[in-house]
Design a protein around this ligand. Structure first.
Ligand code: GAR
Length: 213
């Protein structure tokens, strides 16, 4: 099997990128990270990628001002230029327009720091604490035109503990993100015939990953 060529889109730290890079080094992993794109310059994730010998580029959104379509056209061109088959959003903090979402339909994954459909959007840990939930977690899902609402590929739950702060809860969730994102990508890349050449299909749904207590 030819490993899918994956682009990881980031906006910052890149710890999920690190987890994906580590996983993709394993023999037989069905994907390799071929490109990292950031919409912000000088972020740790770009340095991490470059240090691992992966093509890493900033396509800064600011010069495009409000022209989101032009920014996304530049991203799409870079993805095409690098022969990318699957895209992983990993802390990419820009809302996508229907253009990029439809161009990569079935071939774009995202990791979100909540148990979707609970807490889509921002500030998920603070909202989980304010809501008094006893279980929180993270989700890997396909990206669709509805924000944080595409088909779920994997989830992991963590307990909310007495005395938790936003930071302590975020740290516990992040450990699980690093666990399930590489697993979900492995399963999805294996189950997407020809992800490399773009012939992706949602016809064969993946088995859900085990829900962790
Ligand atoms: C992660 O917690 C990820 O789930 C979240 O940003 C963080 C990025 O961390 N993504 C979102 O909130 C997307 N809506 P990282 O840069 O260390 O991977």
């Amino acid at each position: 099997m030819i490993p899918a060529r994956v682009a990881v889109l980031i906006s910052g730290r890149g710890s999920n990128l690190g987890a994906l890079l580590d996983a993709a080094e394993a023999p037989g992993y069905p994907a390799r990270i071929a490109l990292v794109l950031s919409n912000r310059p000088d972020v740790a994730g770009l340095e991490l990628a470059a240090g691992r010998g992966v093509a890493a580029r900033c396509i800064d959104h600011r010069p495009f001002a409000r022209d989101r379509a032009a920014h996304e056209a530049a991203i799409h061109a870079a993805l095409t230029e690098h022969g990318i088959g699957l895209v992983c959003l990993a802390g990419y903090m820009r809302l996508l327009t229907p253009f990029l979402v439809s161009a990569w339909a079935g071939r774009m994954l995202n990791v979100h720091p909540s148990l979707l459909p609970a807490f889509p959007g921002l500030d998920t840990h603070a909202r989980a604490l304010a809501g008094g939930v006893k279980l929180h977690g993270c989700t890997v899902h396909l990206v669709t035109d509805q924000m944080d609402a595409g088909p779920i590929l994997a989830q992991a739950a963590v307990p909310v503990l007495p005395g938790d702060t936003e930071a302590s809860l975020a740290a516990r969730v992040l450990i699980q993100e690093h666990r399930i994102y590489p697993k979900a990508l492995r399963l999805y890349a294996s189950g997407v015939p020809g992800a490399y050449d773009g012939a992706a299909s949602l016809a064969s749904p993946l088995p859900p990953l085990a829900f962790t207590p």
